[in-house]
Each structure stands twice: as C-alpha cells, then as structure tokens.
Design a protein around this ligand. Sequence first.
Ligand code: NAD
Length: 278
Amino acid sequence: MDGNTLAKQVRIGVRKQTALLPEPPGLAVIQVGENPASMVYVNNKRRDCERCGIVSYAHHLDEDAGQAKLLELIRFLNGEPHIHGILVQLPLPKGYGSDAIIQAISPEKDVDAFHALTVGKLYLNSGPAFEPCTPAGVIALLDRYEIDLRGKHCVVVGRSNIVGKPMGTMLLHRNATVTICHGSTVDLPSFTRQADVLISAVGKSGLITADMVKPGAVVVDVGINRIDDKICGDVDFDEVEKVASYITPVPGGVGPMTRAMLMTNTLKAAQKYFMRGK
Ligand code: NAD
C-alpha cells in the first residue's frame, strides 16, 4: 500500500479546499529543545504546509525555557485568530509534563487530537472534531485499497495513547473485531496469526516475522526504527510481503499518511473557525 501516492492526493485535495477559505489556515508548531528527530519532523511539517496552502508558524523554545513559558506561549496561540491549529512536537525534554501541556491547547485547535476532550469524543464515537493523525492515516490507506473491515479480526500490536489505543477504537467503530496486544502479551504470535488485518505500532525492528502472519492478511507497519542510517519498520518486509495480501513499506507507508492527516486536521480547524463566523 503506497502511502506516498495517497498522501500526495490528500495534499492536493487540501490545497484545493484551503484556496476556498477567506484566509489561509495557520498551523503553529512548537518545538522545545534540539531533539534531532523532532527537527526533521518539524521541517517536514513546514514543507507539507507550503504544499497545502497552509501558513506554518514555527516556535522554538530553549530546552530550559520551562513549563510556565511553554504554557504561556500556548495560551497566547489559543487566542490568536490567524492560528487554527497548535501542535507541540513530542517528546518534550525532561522536566516538562506533556499531559498538562496537551490539555492547555484549545480543543478547537487540537489538530494532533491528543486533548482529553477530543479523545473522549473519539471513544464515544460522537463526532470528534479531529482524529489522531497516525490511526486516521492507516484507516485512509485501508479505505483507499477498499479493505472492508466489517467483521474482520484486526490485531493491533502496541497500546500507546497516540497510536495503538485510538487505532483499536477506530477499527471498532468500523465494525471490526479488535484485539490489542502489548509488551505484556504472552505468546504474541498466537494472536498475530489470527489477524485478518495486522497493525504493528511498537518500535522494534524484526518484531513481526512471516511465521506470525496468516496467509493473505493485510499488514500495516506503523513502526519507525533507525538502524545505522536506515529507517525500517517493525515488520520483516521482504519475508512478510510473500505471505500478506497487502503490506505497507517503511518508509513510504504510514509515515506520509500521518503527515497528510495533520494537513487535513488543520484544514478542518480553519473551516470550522470560518463557519463559526470567526
Ligand atoms: P510507544 O513506545 O508509546 O508504545 C509502544 C507500544 O509497544 C507499547 O504499548 C508497548 O506495550 C508495546 N510493546 C513493546 N514491546 C512489545 C513487544 N515485544 N510485543 C508487543 N508489544 C510491545 O510507541 P508509539 O508512540 O505508539 O510508537 C510506536 C512506533 O510507531 C514507534 O516506532 C514510533 O516511532 C512509530 N510511530 C510512527 C508513526 C508514523 O507516522 N509512521 C507515528 C507515530 C509513531
């Protein structure tokens, strides 16, 4: 499943929609400290914004700026009319409480969809304003390849708040039967082998081998692992490709879709803002 191509199509759609708005959407991206991976992600987001007709505002705080300063910046951005989405690049350096930071973002600008109100609405299936970007990207890919989830056994490996748990919820809402595995799961292969759709979001290269996959299964690899200078997922792609009916590569699968969904959420935030009459 080709995430690059679909992400490009999503960006083109977003660009068409942003052009119809009275003003371009604004996305504030806050980075604290000098985490090299975060710097790459922030740069990618800026480039995506340019392609989509979204104005990105980069805010960079020193690692020792402190929680109070970061909260002050978020409160300021919450009140800024030309900012429609606010994103704090995670992980934050030691000493910052990411939960308090996330809860400080106005739910109307919560384009990462991590705020408790957004999460609650997602779990209740009561029309959340935003869906978390990575699981939303996975669902968009599955939809694109017309993979019907109704009644399918979907096994999600990983139970984080940003990927595994919302992924499981979104699959449930599409009438799949869902199993969520994690670090304390005993005999992981016995679960993965039952999967019609297997989604791995762990961060361990080589975790999912061909013998753990049912022939014909759909395999989605969310994992990102850096080995020397190369990036790979959790799935042994070369071997699992021979068994699976569909599989996502790393890079070029879920990653670009995650980024595209951030653009979609920022567009939605701006559309809602202008619909409210500012
Ligand atoms: P996390 O560290 O918060 O969670 C990892 C999960 O894996 C935990 O729930 C843990 O219980 C589980 N786990 C650990 N070892 C396991 C094992 N041996 N068997 C089964 N489960 C195990 O990570 P995260 O933030 O959810 O991210 C997971 C991976 O996905 C990482 O590699 C991350 O870089 C990647 N990621 C990719 C994207 C993307 O856009 N492609 C987005 C977010 C995260």
